[in-house]
Design a protein around this ligand. Structure first.
Ligand SMILES: *[C@@H]1O[C@H](CO)[C@@H](O)[C@H](O)[C@H]1NC(C)=O
Length: 242
């Protein structure tokens, strides 16, 4: 092999390293859950259920924040959706694109067919709608969902500006922003331009629904449980194996 060939090999190797940076291999969880489910979406600004130490089986629960949405708050502080509470969801716990076919995010979930505490587990969605057929989203469970009577797996994907849902007072309490800025109570803002009615720290998370998710509303999914990628663990602070 001549010197030139070795030289290009080294360059190739460096280029490969660079391409791999930031993308993580997706690893199926041994004995994990799988199935199909329906999705909805929400952003109620409330402290997520898995942010309470008593709700997780691991060393640290999901990070929750002061009203600025950035500063980590003591996990025992009451949710801002209760009277005299002042703990909220952190602004970085919405969905975001890794590339055109893969996104990461967080969700409230209710699983059928398991007694396990699923707080902080991760699942990979394959969307069942045609418009999103090439896309997958890997979410960590940070919250619990209701409607146990439905008999189906439910995933309420956390996306700013996608509906405050039942807790109408959380976002107004956190941001002193009128509830009308947050769009329909169920569904949220209807157009990407209305994302700019939200506090600016939530603009990107709101636009994610219209850009990467193409504005598709509540796509059904199939899912498999996977190991949580480091990137999600570092955002949420809840590692389901530690
Ligand atoms: C997106 O990232 C995933 C994970 O690294 C990778 O498997 C996939 O090929 C990437 N897609 C594109 C279009 O780059």
């Amino acid at each position: 092999m001549n010197f030139l060939a070795i030289g290009s090999l080294v360059i190739l190797a460096l280029a490969n390293c660079k391409a791999d940076h930031g993308s993580e291999e997706i690893i199926l969880k041994q004995g994990g859950l799988s199935g199909t489910g329906t999705t909805t979406r929400y952003w109620d600004c409330c402290k997520p259920t898995c942010a309470w130490p008593g709700h997780v089986d691991y060393k640290s629960p999901v990070r929750s924040c002061e009203a600025n949405g950035v500063t980590t708050i003591d996990p025992e502080v009451q949710s801002g959706c209760e009277s005299d509470g002042r703990s909220y969801i952190c602004t970085d716990q919405g969905g975001f694109a890794i590339n055109s076919t893969l996104a990461y995010g967080f969700a409230a979930a209710r699983f059928i067919n398991t007694e396990r505490n699923m707080c902080c587990a991760c699942v990979l969605f394959t969307f069942q709608s045609d418009e999103l057929k090439d896309k997958k989203m890997l979410v960590q469970v940070t919250n619990t969902g209701n409607a146990p009577e439905s008999g189906t797996n439910l995933f309420d994907i956390a996306m700013p500006g996608s509906g405050v849902g039942y807790y109408t007072q959380g976002c107004t309490s956190q941001w002193h922003s009128d509830v009308s800025n947050w769009g329909d109570q169920y569904g949220g803002v209807r157009e990407e331009a209305d994302c700019y009615n939200l506090p600016k720290w939530l603009w990107d998370g709101c636009k994610f629904r219209f850009e990467w998710m193409k504005g598709v509303s509540n796509p059904p999914v199939s899912f498999v449980e996977v190991e949580c990628p480091k990137k999600l663990l570092s955002i949420s602070g809840c590692n389901p194996v530690s």
